[in-house]
Ligand binder design. Structure first.
Ligand code: NAD
Length: 360
């Protein structure tokens, strides 16, 4: 029995919790092609030994460059040279980068082949593994090509996270905070109770992870194609993407989103949409999750330029941002990128620099 089933335009797909790399113990079937994060292949060489000895293994380093269009001729050539046929299956082992590469290949090669996913980062397990999206870079333009191509099945294992560093754990926690704030005050309270133990207590992490997937499931089933209900999952993301871009990805995705939520919350308070006190429980988790990353300098001009260039905002002089009237009360709002907005952002980053100074 699957732990969770997701309804999609391709039918139901299952999320199963279990031991690491379940189903790969005996190696690859002749119809399976492994696409694996090179670091994971090394760190988990023993458990993955039989699969890594298979006939079709593509090891990819998890870099943004490797999920850019320019690399796809190599990826596709590899699969064709290993005899990829219709009805064969791609098996992805890795985080969001391996997911994006595999999902895009699965969508396009031979007009579509099935894929299964063993997510190995917390971000991929708690968030990106469900929702069907693939996103591929074009040169320096991030995530500009993509499809909605869910895997046939997702095998989640907390054991696979044993080798993940704290920075990437906290990146995943950022997305977990996000969905809980979107869901409502009760969910925020539940996460806040587990939050101090997430890195040390497996049961607490698994609880929060399952709740995160359940919350996201509801939104993506309502709106798989990202036209309406699902858009609130962009909470923290326009700001977050601009932070990633302005820092040349020195800040991992989920931490940039954490800072993005802090900006969205502060802007909501400043506009009188919500009292600061209502966001306090979320604010405590957000501040703890970004702690230390204040030391990364975010050049404000690059940040503001990136925000204006965002694919949702380009050329309008406005940004479509997710703001909130409280946990569970999130909505999209057009915000003018004017002087007042710029001075608000400058104030936020000045505050971060002060926090970094005080923390030194
Ligand atoms: N398609 C989607 O829905 C979606 C959603 C969110 C993010 N993304 C994309 O995902 C990417 C970020 O993904 P991510 O944060 O999952 O990570 P990632 O794939 O970039 O991996 C992060 C780091 O962790 C390493 N790693 C992975 N698993 C490990 C393990 N078990 N032990 C030790 N190290 C491990 C990787 O080698 C890499 O160094 C971005 O490109 C982002 O655009 C896609």
């Amino acid at each position: 029995v699957p732990d969770l089933e997701i309804r999609s335009h391709r039918g139901l797909y299952a999320v199963r919790f279990g031991s690491a790399f379940a189903g790969l113990e005996k190696g690859l079937a002749p119809t399976e092609h492994l696409i694996i994060d090179a670091k994971v292949a090394e760190l988990h060489a023993k458990a993955l030994g039989p699969a890594l000895a298979g006939a079709s293994v593509l090891r990819v380093e998890a870099t943004e460059l490797n999920k850019s269009l320019e690399r796809f001729p190599d990826h596709a050539t590899h699969l064709l040279s290993r005899g990829l046929r219709r009805g064969h299956t791609l098996v992805a082992v890795g985080g969001g980068i391996i997911q994006d590469i595999t999902a895009f290949l699965a969508a396009t090669m031979l007009r579509g082949v099935p894929w299964v996913f063993h997510p190995t980062t917390l971000l991929a397990q708690a968030d990106s593994c469900i929702g069907s999206k693939s996103s591929v870079n074009v040169g320096a333009w991030k995530n500009q090509l993509g499809t909605f191509t869910p895997p046939r099945e997702i095998r989640v294992s907390l054991d696979a996270l044993s080798t993940l560093d704290e920075r990437d754990m906290r990146s995943g926690i950022g997305e977990m905070i996000k969905v809980h704030v979107i869901a409502g005050p009760e969910e925020v309270r539940a996460l806040a109770a587990d939050f101090p133990r997430l890195l040390a207590d497996r049961a607490a992490l698994e609880r929060a992870l399952r709740r995160s997937l359940e919350i996201k499931k509801r939104l993506i089933e309502l709106d798989e194609f990202d036209e309406k209900e699902r858009l609130v999952l962009n909470y923290g993301h326009s700001f977050g993407h601009a932070i990633e871009s302005a820092t040349d990805f020195a800040i991992p995705h989920g931490i940039a989103v954490t800072m993005g939520m802090e900006l969205a919350n502060a802007l909501s308070v400043r506009r009188g949409l919500v009292a600061r006190a209502e966001l306090e429980a979320a604010a405590t988790m957000i501040a703890a999750n970004r702690a230390g990353f204040e030391r990364v300098e975010v050049p404000e001009d690059r940040f503001l330029q990136a925000l204006a260039r965002d694919k949702k905002n380009a050329g309008t002089g406005e940004a479509r941002l997710v703001l909130l009237r409280g946990p569970g009360k999130v909505f999209l709002e057009r915000v003018a990128l004017d002087d007042d907005f710029r001075s608000f952002c400058r104030g936020y980053f000045a505050g971060l620099r002060d926090a970094a100074g005080a923390g030194r």
